[in-house]
Design a protein around this ligand. Structure first.
Ligand code: FAD
Length: 306
């Protein structure tokens, strides 16, 4: 991933996208349409999430393997520790390697059913992502990324604790982090400052900001569910104003405002030298490609070799 970011940065700030394992055949067809759309835009990498507790394990492995073998994209497989023994985690990483995947985003995961519920490690598993970073690195030639949290992880008592453990994951061998989505760029910039201040060597590793274009008032709730944080009041106010005062939400206006908000955030991140823009797509290409078009990214540029 880090190599691909370097290669792609020759033509400006690279972008990347996140997909989810589809639930059924229709979802899989939709995912592949999005994959082919993005392929024309040459993302630096694409990541595939891992369902809570391994619920999507076989599909995640199969589809991420297909991305490695049947596309020009660089896939990153998410891997979560929740519900797995170390032996199972090793075997999963082996399945990824067999499919030609060498980039893994290592995560602890949340308790299935209730992300805020009590965390219990698998009796033969790992307690923290840091341990899993070491396990994956020891298994072979894998490039590992980890999660970072602009406003702190919800289980961290304070930002200092949060930064300390992020630095520990990076020192354990992670080469970069991808943030939780956020809607206030200041939170991202302060995270970057904290890591650099605590550990300048680890602070030099890319912190990739994650963005999600909001396309409806319903997506506000989805964004809050995914990030575990409220969407800031000024953003909600802009979207609500766009929705209008009529009995029905003005969906086109809300969508346009959501795309505009994501474009403004992305532009600020570019101005602040972010190493990449990582978009949550929910397996749709349209909203993200509109933001990228607003920013002047082309779809016809020659592919870059990663
Ligand atoms: P950890 O790094 O283990 O941290 C968990 C908590 O423990 C933090 O509060 C941390 O500060 C603290 N901590 C860490 N080490 C120590 C220590 N040694 N002593 C004391 N405290 C410590 N979830 C999924 O289920 N599937 C996905 O595909 C997925 N993808 C994600 C992608 C991104 C970019 C992000 C940001 C999150 C993703 N998540 C995913 C959610 C993630 O699994 C949860 O946020 C989870 O609660 C935290 O995972 P972590 O890897 O950061 O955990």
């Amino acid at each position: 991933v880090v190599q691909s970011l370097r290669t792609h940065s020759g033509t400006g700030v690279p972008f990347s996208v996140e997909f989810n394992p589809p639930r059924d055949a229709a979802g899989e067809a939709r995912l592949w349409r999005a994959v082919r759309e993005f392929e024309r835009m040459h993302p630096a990498f694409v990541s595939m999430t891992y369902g809570a507790g391994g619920s999507t394990r076989d599909r995640t492995v199969r589809i991420t393997g297909a991305l490695a073998q049947e596309t020009t994209l660089l896939p990153v497989a998410h891997l979560t520790a929740v519900g797995h023994s170390i032996a199972e985690l090793r075997s999963l990483v082996g399945s990824y390697a067999d499919s030609g995947i060498c980039n893994v985003l290592v995560l602890r995961g949340d308790p299935p059913g209730d992300p805020l519920g009590e965390w219990r490690k698998h009796p033969e598993g790992v307690e923290y992502a840091e341990e899993l970073v070491r396990i994956v690195r020891d298994l072979g030639d894998f490039h590992v990324g980890v999660a970072s949290f602009p406003q702190g992880h919800h289980r961290s008592p304070d930002l200092d604790h949060d930064t300390r453990h992020l630095c520990a994951k990076l020192r354990a061998g992670a080469e970069y982090s991808i943030t939780q989505m956020f809607f206030d760029v200041e939170h991202y910039l302060r995270l970057r400052d904290r890591v650099i201040a605590m550990d300048p060597a680890e602070g030099a590793k890319p912190i990739v900001p994650e963005l999600m274009p909001i396309t409806s008032l319903r997506t506000v709730a989805r964004a809050e569910e995914l990030s575990g944080r409220p969407v800031p009041a000024d953003i909600v106010a802009r979207l609500t104003r766009a929705a209008g005062t009529g009995p029905e939400e003005d969906r086109a206006a809300v969508r346009a405002e959501g795309i505009q908000i994501a474009t403004e955030m992305a532009q600020r991140l570019i101005d602040e030298d972010a190493p990449c823009l990582h978009f949550i797509t929910l397996n749709f290409a349209k909203a993200t490609s509109e933001v990228l078009t607003n920013l002047g990214y082309g779809v016809t540029a020659a592919p870059l070799s990663a």
